[in-house]
Design a binder for this molecule. Structure first.
Ligand SMILES: C[S@@+](CC[C@H](N)C(=O)[O-])C[C@H]1O[C@@H](n2cnc3c(N)ncnc32)[C@H](O)[C@@H]1O
Length: 184
């Protein structure tokens, strides 16, 4: 079984329902495949490891790019850790915003997929994006059932990314709704 199939099976087996959808995963894999030698990838919110698996799958067989993924919940992180990950994947347990604060360098591709670093602390995520680096967020298509505060937070993320003077952003109307932003 491939890394990606394995991750979806793992998520399902543990009842984890927040994994990224296949179209978003394909986008992550394609963006990862385009990265220059020695690049760094960061995922905020590992979940069961589906996004991580798409990123790693886009990179293999090369091993010169690091993929770091941060998960706040230790139980969820433990589920992701059962994956058979390539050596360039590093899974961290902790708060995404704290991780961004402490990070000693920038990243070339960031998938911001949790509250920390997206609806809270998005400025820190943007600050860690290298020049020509790409930031991906999903779940940007508004759903009727969303609580009002969540809707407002998501709209704030969209506005920040689309209007940011240092970013060139595109809104993609597929999957759960995606914004891709590249740092000038
Ligand atoms: C949408 S899911 C991530 C799905 C995963 N990126 C994927 O593509 O399969 C969000 C995850 O972020 C975690 N999370 C929530 N707040 C966080 C934070 N402040 N820092 C790190 N992880 C966080 C949640 O526990 C959850 O597992």
């Amino acid at each position: 079984m491939t890394l990606v199939d394995d991750a979806y099976v793992r998520a399902e087996a543990h009842g984890f329902g927040l994994s990224c959808e296949v179209p978003v995963g394909r986008l992550l894999a394609a963006l990862a495949a385009a990265l220059p030698p020695g690049a760094r990838v960061l995922e905020l919110g590992t979940g069961a490891g589906v996004g991580t698996a798409w990123l790693a799958a886009g990179l293999l067989p090369r091993t010169d790019v690091t993929v770091t993924s941060v998960e706040l919940d230790p139980q969820t992180a433990a589920v992701a850790a059962t994956g058979d990950w390539p050596s360039f994947v590093e899974l961290r347990v902790g708060d995404a915003v704290e991780f961004l604060r402490a990070a000693g360098h920038g990243y070339d591709l960031i998938f911001a997929d949790c509250r920390g670093g997206k609806t809270e602390g998005l400025d820190r995520t943007i600050a860690r994006l290298n020049p020509r680096g790409t930031l991906v967020v999903d779940d940007m298509t508004e759903i009727d059932g969303w609580p009002d505060d969540f809707k407002a937070a998501q709209r704030g993320v969209r506005r920040t990314l689309v209007e940011h003077p240092d970013l060139v952003s595109a809104e993609l109307d597929f999957g759960s709704g995606v914004v891709v932003s590249v740092r000038r």
